[in-house]
Design a protein around this ligand. Structure first.
Ligand code: TYD
Ligand code: MG
Length: 450
């Protein structure tokens, strides 16, 4: 038997080295080399052509490939099943990320409980909590959470052997950062360890058709530790987010090979576990003030849509020049939007102070916020609420210097997000001009002396 061979890989640039070095020769970063296992010996022939023993395989035409419809495993948690694209796919890997205390263990325990209750073979592997601690939590949860078999273990080999012996249909690994592959010397949770653990679990999951949920902690930089090494490996990446002081939690797919990434699941943490929030729009309808000067912006936060409230206040001023104060948006864009509003939409705020604020301390650094600023200021200047009283207006779009609205990236995701939270109408670049957009949501507008 060949001895397991390890190499050291830079977590920043991927440079490989046979021995550990304090500084990476590739990118000159310090302390980035981490140990990883390599397949022993069998490197492909350097001259190309592969090993002489390998026989050529025959590629098949996609039209001839027989793909049968797989029955998905329903977790019984509607919001989770929807974000997954209809339930867990057998043999697939799902990475569930989130900061500590957000409810990852609670969500996965509830899902396994429901699956066990429906007669599926399940297993909950915990490297963080003892069986007794898991039991204490399960006692608080509804359904069959107490009937899920648990394994409190951190040794990867023991976990893999148990999976081989038990052959569950669904397994939860809580968390992937606590398992250790004994042939690597790196500490649990290091990039090399996490990659090795995930890699071997993936191979077993695919070979045995076990739907595997890997729970992962988010580092303080906000990425799944270690530096996104798992994201390409798994089929689905779910992000569980929420504000600590609030009870709401949102679940989104950042990547999903078996479904869309546009869906958002909303939960509330209660005494008896996580409860699905069916009418999520209540959150925004409740929090957005709906007063004159308020509008909801369908913004993008990286590749993810985010709904935020933009507020404006227009008040007469004695100061020359009047104040232009904004938080959460760019000052220059505010100046631009005010100029276009006055010149092309007939809403001049010349001698008034203008304050614009993105509620909740959020910062939106994208041109798509222009229309929200314009509508909020128009609404504040006219002293009239936007849209109908029963549903808040959402908007997105860039304002051009000639008064036109320009399209922005991910319009479909922004629309889907706004619709998901029950906002209507959603005003966007299809209104063509800023003037038309204002007319659409401020129909009976009449000027108010500023
Ligand atoms: P947990 O699932 O352990 O978080 P994670 O695995 O993401 O670190 O749960 C986190 C919090 O949820 C914990 O502080 C206690 C709280 N909680 C409830 O409020 N109600 C409940 O029914 C349960 C099980 C937990
Ligand atoms: Mg946990």
């Amino acid at each position: 038997m060949a001895r397991p061979v390890t190499r050291f890989t830079c977590s920043q640039c991927g440079h490989e080295s046979a021995k550990w070095l304090g500084r990476c020769p590739g990118c000159e970063e310090w302390n980035t080399l981490t140990e990883e296992a390599t397949a022993s010996g069998g490197r492909a022939n350097a001259r190309g052509g592969g090993s002489p023993r390998a026989r050529a395989a025959r590629p098949v035409a996609l039209a001839d490939v027989r793909a049968h419809e797989v029955a998905r495993l329903k977790t019984g948690i509607g919001e989770l099943d929807r974000v997954l694209g209809g339930g867990l796919v057998p043999g697939s890997l799902v990475l569930l990320g989130g900061s500590p205390g957000i409810g990852k263990s609670t969500l996965t325990s509830m899902a396994l409980g429901n699956l066990a209750g429906a007669g599926h073979r399940t297993l909950y592997v915990s490297g963080e909590e003892s069986a007794a601690q898991i039991k204490l939590r399960a006692e608080r949860l509804p359904g069959a959470a107490l009937s899920v078999p648990v394994l409190a273990e951190t040794d990867l080999d023991v976990v893999l052997a148990t999976l081989e012996a038990e052959r569950p249909e669904v397994v939860v690994i809580d968390s992937v950062q606590t398992l250790v592959a004994s042939e690597l010397t790196g500490a649990a949770g290091s990039v090399g360890q996490v990659r090795e653990v995930a890699d071997r679990l993936t191979r077993l999951a695919k070979a045995r058709g076990i739907a595997t949920v890997l729970v992962g902690h988010v580092t303080k930089e906000g990425s799944l530790a270690g530096p996104r090494v798992l994201e390409h490996l798994v089929d689905c990446v779910l992000q569980f987010e929420g504000e600590r002081e609030r009870f709401y939690r949102t679940l989104r797919a950042l990547k999903n090979r078996f479904g869309s990434t546009n869906d958002v699941g909303v939960f509330e943490m209660r005494q008896g576990g996580l409860v699905e929030v069916a009418d999520a729009s209540a959150r925004f309808v409740g929090e957005a003030t709906r007063a004159p000067g308020s509008v909801v912006l369908a913004a993008m936060e990286g590749s993810r849509p985010l709904l935020v409230e933009v507020q404006a206040l227009v008040s007469p001023s004695e100061i020359v020049p009047p104040r232009r104060v904004c938080t959460g948006i760019d000052r220059n864009r505010l100046a631009l939007v005010l100029a276009v509003l006055g010149r092309h939409a007939g809403i001049g705020v010349g001698s008034a102070d203008v304050f614009v604020n993105v509620a909740g301390g959020v910062r939106v650094d994208e041109p798509g916020a222009d229309l929200a600023v314009a509508l909020a200021v128009a609404s504040a200047a006219r002293g009239m609420r936007l849209g109908r009283p029963e549903s808040p207006v959402a908007c997105f779009g860039e304002v051009g210097l000639t008064g036109e609205l320009r399209s922005v990236a991910h319009a479909d995701r922004r629309l889907a997000e706004a619709r998901k939270f029950g906002l209507a109408p959603v005003v966007g670049p299809e209104s063509v001009t800023l003037k038309a957009a204002i007319k659409e949501v401020l129909p009976t507008a009449r000027p108010v002396a500023a």
